[in-house]
Design a protein around this ligand. Structure first.
Ligand SMILES: [Zn+2]
Length: 440
């Protein structure tokens, strides 16, 4: 069926930036089939969609007073962690990770991870996110949740240890078996070694081989804290984590690196040369006392910078609007430069840059013909956005996520006027509360 969205304001691409435009949007088979003007009253939908199918039914969606923008792409999170929201705050990073979070992760039941991941999907949809990149203990539960919620996801099982193939370390084998069982346009899998301090170099080399053989993207946490840098240099002959990753062949244009906070100039140029994409997580990095990524230096070197929230145990929200605001404000502040991290760059990090990192450029994070109809509908009359003097500024500096009225993924509403068509929200609340009482 054709869908025709009329009377809305579209956030359209404009070179490296965006512009607001009044046009109708035509959607067929989950994708944007046409963008036209002055067609809302006429019966020319099929022509605008590029095909003449006079008998095709057409659903008309009135988006008066709304901005229709590409759905946001959260490039780094741990969806199952929602049960640990506000559970371990104001503690030292090493204590946070190894003393508080890891022990709870080890206790959490597999089935519970489905409900906590579904809660994460609810929060992401509620705040305009249509795609997320996940690292998960039970990645099949994350896939189930994304599928039920109607979201698009790139999901990886967090891998740790000395070898992918060790008998006592079934994570990789299980992940590949579970991955092969899934069939969905919206779900993708990604190889996800946890970090340089939880994986041996031998294992990282195995990950590189497997990801190249299987044509899969790979992601990891890199250069997050000063402790990681110090330990890495002590263990690996003075090399930084970036240098070690370069030496094992991990860095490539199929590589996604979360954090990259503690980089020196040499690290930045190695990353730029490798074509790797970086996910900056300003809230998590600040909250855990790890500092601020050198976003301006990375940007000037040509590194593809994307944006993520990290998990709710370290943020403590999955709201990409808050993350966009922080990205800009933090870097204007630390650079003492009000032109640093401008709104056009920030919105690009959450849309087009993310699509580039995922090798979905032109198909995701953009409103154009042929792209997936992954869209967020925002109320332009919301008190936080009105008056609409500058749409990009509205999204970066004013929006708090509450302006999101509806969200569509592949042409289907996954969130509509505050409701979730694919989710029993009461059941999710009940199950997550049960997990908190039993395991935290
Ligand atoms: Zn993480």
């Amino acid at each position: 069926m054709l869908k025709k969205i009329i009377n809305g304001t579209l956030l359209l691409p404009d070179g490296d930036s965006f512009r607001a435009g009044q046009a109708d949007l035509f959607i067929r088979d989950g994708k944007i089939a046409g963008i036209g003007t002055d067609l809302s009253a006429a019966g020319t939908a099929n022509d605008a969609a590029g095909e003449n199918r006079p008998d095709e039914p057409c659903e008309v969606i009135d988006a008066s007073g709304q901005l229709i923008m590409p759905g946001l792409i959260n490039m780094h999170t741990h969806a199952y962690m929602t049960s640990m929201r506000n559970y371990a705050d104001d503690v030292d990073f090493q204590e946070w990770l190894f003393g508080r979070i890891t022990p709870v992760e080890d206790r959490l039941p597999k089935e519970g991870a489905y409900w906590t991941s579904l809660l994460a999907c609810m929060e992401m949809l509620r705040t305009g996110t249509t795609s997320f990149v996940d690292m998960h203990m039970f990645h099949e539960q994350s896939a189930r949740a994304a599928d039920a919620a109607g979201m698009r996801a790139w999901i990886g099982r967090g891998l740790v240890g000395d070898s992918l193939y060790a008998d006592d370390n079934p994570r990789f084998r299980e992940a590949m078996e579970e991955m092969d069982a899934w069939q969905s346009d919206r779900l993708h899998f990604i190889l996800s070694p946890h970090a340089i301090y939880t994986c041996s170099l031998h294992m990282l080399e195995q990950v590189v081989e497997e990801s190249e053989r299987r044509h899969m993207l790979r992601q990891t946490h890199l250069s997050e804290s000063l402790t990681e840098i110090e330990n890495c240099r002590a263990q690996y002959g003075g090399r930084s984590p970036v240098e070690v990753m370069r030496d094992v062949g991990f860095l490539s244009d199929h590589t996604i690196l979360a954090h990259c906070v503690q980089l020196d100039e040499k690290d930045v140029s190695i990353l730029a040369e490798s074509g790797s994409s970086v996910v900056t997580n300003p809230a998590s990095n600040a909250k855990l006392g790890n500092g601020f990524a050198p976003v301006t230096a990375m940007r000037e070197s040509g590194i593809n910078i994307t944006l993520g929230t990290d998990g709710t145990a370290s943020n403590n929200t999955l709201n990409m609007f808050r993350e966009m605001g922080l990205l800009s404000l933090i870097h204007k502040g630390i650079c003492r430069d009000s032109t640093a991290a401008p709104a056009s760059f920030v919105v690009s990090c959450a849309t087009t840059h993310a699509a580039r990192a995922l090798h979905e450029e032109g198909r995701l994070g953009v409103i154009r013909e042929g792209a997936w109809a992954d869209l967020a509908f925002l109320d332009l009359n919301a008190v936080s956005l009105f008056p609409n003097n500058n749409i990009l500024s509205s999204l970066c500096y004013s929006a708090n996520g509450s302006e999101v009225d509806s969200v569509m993924v592949a042409g289907e509403f996954a969130f509509r006027h505050g409701e979730y068509p694919g989710i029993d929200s009461e059941k999710v609340h009940f199950e997550v509360q049960k997990i908190v009482e039993e395991y935290l």
